[in-house]
Ligand binder design. Structure first.
Ligand code: ADP
Ligand code: MG
Length: 326
């Protein structure tokens, strides 16, 4: 008997040592096209097969949400709300209701700089034409005339989005109003995809939707995920590198989506106060606790400008911003 135990001892010690050593993780990376953007998920995990399975679940969640929130899909809840503007209230899923509620709270927070009812202004400037005819017309890229601008501005205002929490209904008060979640949906979807990873037991991961990112914990042995901030003037160089873990980043800028009229560049971010594309900054990167918050705030700060933007986030916990001006 004694001899037997003595033989087992080295094995036991080896097992204990193995238990103490850091587990080896492999990096698994997958990409997919969602919301018009390449979405990349990077996971560090002991078991690559498990990682791949959970990543696929996260992409499935992204696809589901993309369809729910799109304004390009005529049957999405958002499209139905827009079609029924000024006509009747629409009962929506709890998820869409909460997202609209959150969007309206960012409008309150930012004094209206962030406003999901900018839809008619985006169409006036030719940004989200829904059908081919309108698309052709809007490509003319002319400055809108004063009366068209006044008429369109009368259809913009987050206070005209009426919510009834007890029944999950949304009503746009005036005919012709349109909501557009372009400045918040991507961040929200990224957060939800990260939540699927977390729920699947993944701890070390990064979800990146074209610069809107949500990070879980950093890879083992690393302090943070290193994220490059693109140089607004040159698409293949990085101007700064930041470290993030258990937080999120989003950037709004006029260097990727913009249009030119008479040689002047106009961004796709509209100042709901004036009806004109926001100008003054080249890009704003926001680091926040959630990608939804980073997404909404980066758009809002782009409209507000550096001075007012810094003032706004001064008191907000966990929020930082990097501004690039012209
Ligand atoms: P990107 O789409 O490049 O990530 P943003 O997150 O800043 O950039 O979102 C810009 C989009 O948000 C626009 O294409 C439009 O759909 C919408 N939008 C434009 N101006 C505003 C605004 N003032 N408030 C809310 N949404 C806006
Ligand atoms: Mg945004």
């Amino acid at each position: 008997m004694i001899v037997k135990y003595r033989n087992l001892l080295p094995l036991l010690v080896a097992l204990l040592l193995a238990g103490c050593a850091a587990p080896k993780t492999a990096m698994v990376k997958q990409t997919s096209l969602l919301m018009g953007t390449v979405v990349e998920i990077t996971v560090h995990h002991e078991d690559p097969a498990t990682a791949r399975k959970i990543i696929n679940e996260a992409f499935a969640e992204g696809t589901r949400l993309q369809n729910l929130l799109s304004i390009y899909d005529k049957n999405s809840e958002i499209s139905i709300i827009n079609r029924k503007a000024g006509i009747e209230e629409v009962k929506v899923s709890g998820e869409v209701f909460s997202l609209i509620e959150d969007a309206l709270s960012y409008s309150e927070l930012t004094g209206g700089a962030f406003d999901i009812t900018v839809g008619p202004l985006l169409e006036l400037w030719g940004f989200t034409p829904l059908d081919a005819e309108k698309k052709a017309a809007s490509r003319q890229r002319q400055m809108p005339d004063k009366s068209a601008m006044e008429k369109t501005l009368s259809l913009v205002g987050y206070r005209d989005v009426h919510l009834d929490r007890s029944r999950n209904t949304v009503k746009l008060a005036k005919r012709g109003m349109k909501i557009d979640l372009g400045a918040i949906a991507k961040g929200y979807v990224v957060d939800q995809m990260a939540a699927v990873l977390r729920a699947g037991g993944i701890r070390n991961a990064l979800v990146n939707a074209g610069g809107d990112m949500c990070a879980l914990a950093a890879p083992l042995g690393k302090k943070a995920w290193r994220v490059g901030i693109q140089d607004p003037h040159s698409s293949n160089s990085v101007i700064d590198v930041i470290g993030i873990s258990n937080e999120a980043v989003a950037t709004s800028g006029d260097y990727e989506k913009f249009f030119v009229i008479n040689g002047k560049r106009f961004s796709h971010i509209i100042d709901p106060g004036t009806g004109y594309p926001a100008s003054g900054l080249v890009s704003v990167t926001v680091i926040a606790r959630t990608a939804m918050e980073a997404d909404a705030l980066s758009t809002a700060l782009f409209v507000m400008g550096e001075e007012k933007g810094r003032e706004l986030i001064k008191e907000m916990s966990g929020v930082r911003a990097i501004f690039f001006s012209q």
